[in-house]
Design a protein around this ligand. Structure first.
Ligand SMILES: [Mg+2]
Length: 324
């Protein structure tokens, strides 16, 4: 059974190292009616919110508790990264079933807290309640960016190059394995991008500071969907070269994932961005490979070009979660 609310909150407070840290943008965190954040005239505030639902985004028999917490907060941190921002504070509303073991909650909170602190964000508040059915977590991540400098989805223009960080399809490859009805749990070390993804916070900030990215998004829904978001918001089309897409390597011995997963698999939390043709984009930033996968075109269609030069329309395919 999870601890009752007051005991749970005090346990979370004592688990949180950043709770003991003073200064910075979080003036007062957990423990009062509101968190107090210090406003700064030179900066814009970024806010992102995400649901993590048992049975939809994770399964308790498939995902270790720490991985669930890690992935839950990474979704928000990755959104901040996609704006070129710095994470500041995390708020967590958590509904837990009455029969959930407290050690599961501890593992989940460790995942949330370690990952938040790694990226400089403080857990500054939230709420808890009993859930009639499954774990429900609603996470809000606040970030900051110099005033007027957030990298939006609206900035892509015809002629811009399209780039992606890291590799794609690694997270979805784990989902394929998990869905396969396997008996043994999947080894998280063989599928780190699924169980313990890292948001590209520093890389996003560098792209913004050096004014390299004209538009940016994180790959949470899959390349075909996320690129369609940039194109829709910018009012442009695109051409993507199938052979150029960096495909993740997974498993042991490792193998490259199928193109289909690279195109449509979600939850890799890489950055997808566009850059003006005169911008020289380094092959690596902070050790992370950056790959040019195509270019922005006039019109509204997104085309996939294969090795022989054949073009077909690349339609956004929704990312399925764990729902049966
Ligand atoms: Mg996003």
């Amino acid at each position: 059974m999870p601890l009752p609310e007051r005991a749970l909150i005090s346990r979370i407070r004592s688990m949180s190292a950043s709770e003991r840290r003073t200064g910075g943008a979080v003036v007062a965190g957990i423990g009062d009616d509101c968190a107090v954040l210090r406003a700064n005239a030179g900066r814009d505030v970024l806010v992102t919110t995400d649901f993590t639902l048992e049975g939809v985004h994770f399964r308790r028999d498939w995902h270790p508790a720490e991985s669930v917490g890690h992935r839950c907060v990474t979704r928000g941190l990755s959104d901040i990264a996609a704006m070129g921002g710095q994470p500041v504070a995390v708020f967590l509303s958590l509904a837990l079933p009455g029969d959930l073991p407290q050690r599961w909650v501890d593992g989940f909170m460790r995942g949330i807290l370690n990952q938040s602190e790694r990226y400089g964000a403080t857990l500054a508040g939230g709420d808890t309640a009993e859930s009639p059915n499954g774990v429900l977590a609603d996470i809000v991540v606040l970030g900051a960016v110099p005033r007027g400098q957030a990298v939006l989805r609206t900035g892509a223009r015809s002629g811009d190059g399209i780039y992606v960080t890291g590799a794609l399809g690694g997270s979805a490859a784990a989902v394929v394995q998990l869905r396969d009805g396997r008996k043994k749990p999947l080894d998280p070390r063989q599928y780190p991008r699924h169980f313990f993804p890292e948001p590209r916070v520093k890389l996003g900030r560098i792209l913004r500071e050096k004014k390299l990215a004209s538009a940016m998004i994180d790959t949470s829904d899959g390349l075909s969907v996320d690129l369609a978001h940039i194109c829709d918001e910018s009012g442009v089309g695109a051409e993507v070269e199938a052979d150029a897409i960096p495909l993740a390597r997974v498993g042991r011995p490792s193998h490259q994932v199928d193109l289909k997963l690279g195109l449509h698999g979600g939850e890799d939390y890489e950055l997808l961005f566009t850059a003006r043709p005169n911008r020289r984009i380094p092959a690596r930033i902070e050790g992370v490979p950056i790959t040019r996968i195509g270019c922005i075109k006039r019109g509204r269609k997104i085309l996939l070009v294969n090795g022989e030069g054949t073009r077909q329309e690349l339609l956004p395919q929704g990312w399925e979660h764990f729902r049966k």
